[in-house]
Write a protein that binds this ligand. Structure first.
Ligand SMILES: [Zn+2]
Ligand SMILES: [Zn+2]
Length: 231
């Protein structure tokens, strides 16, 4: 299709231009430079099966109905939005203020049952806890109780999905309250002074730590609960 070809070409040129201007990221000198096709594939969420998207939306509706029937759902809240653009190794993230759940399309396509059974309830529980209690510890007692009593699920903080398809270098950062991991893309933006990331829980800026680089927990609320401010 001519349109998508033109877009690919533009992306490739932009990518080359950015690289020429910024040079090789000095934090990962041995990282092999992916071919341009790989870059496009990485930056663009893969096309998901529409039937799978519909199943996820249906599952989310079912869970909200279940919570409504149990008197657990705040009447003022609509069914949360559902997006499929989650990057990195996180299976999904709950975006509290925007009232939406974002799922990782690569991991979803590979593990649909795990998403329907565990990931969507996990993230929905985060939203519901926020609606009822405000900002709390992400996996605190309110969240755990919801997972166990309403969803009948073990309150697992980490997932054990195969993340080899979405693995990349991770960089350890810390705020005032906990550890965070940033992707190479975000880390480079920090190094180049193009962005600053704040912890949503404590509001403090993230600072790189020298230790723990290379630690790769599977579940990454730390990253997704940051905001960035481009100068
Ligand atoms: Zn969580
Ligand atoms: Zn913090």
């Amino acid at each position: 299709m001519p349109g998508s070809f033109a877009t690919d070409t533009t992306m490739t040129l932009l990518t080359r231009l950015r690289r020429a201007l910024s040079g090789t990221p000095r934090t990962a000198p041995t990282q092999p430079r992916p071919r341009s096709g790989a870059v496009s594939a990485r930056r663009r969420p893969p096309a998901l099966d529409p039937a799978l998207i519909a199943r996820c939306q249906q599952r989310l509706h079912e869970l909200v109905l279940q919570l409504q029937a149990a008197g657990q759902w705040p009447a003022s809240r609509p069914v949360p939005g559902l997006e499929f653009g989650q990057r990195g190794k996180a299976a999904g993230t709950a975006h509290l203020g925007r009232w939406l759940i974002r799922l990782n399309p690569v991991l979803l396509a590979a593990h649909p049952q795990r998403f329907l059974g565990e990931v969507i309830p996990h993230e929905l529980a985060h939203l519901l806890v926020f609606a009822r209690h405000g900002r709390t510890r992400p996996h605190g007692p309110e969240w755990r109780q919801l997972m166990q009593q309403q969803f009948g699920l073990p309150p697992h903080v980490t997932h054990d999905l195969d993340v080899s398809a979405v693995s990349g270098p991770q960089f350890a950062y810390r705020c005032a309250c906990r550890d965070h991991l940033l992707s190479l893309r975000r880390h480079n933006r920090v190094v180049r002074h193009q962005a600053r990331y704040l912890c949503r829980l404590c509001g403090q800026p993230l600072a790189a730590t020298s230790d723990a680089a290379g630690a790769t927990p599977n579940h990454q609320h730390g990253i997704t609960e940051t905001t960035h401010h481009t100068k």
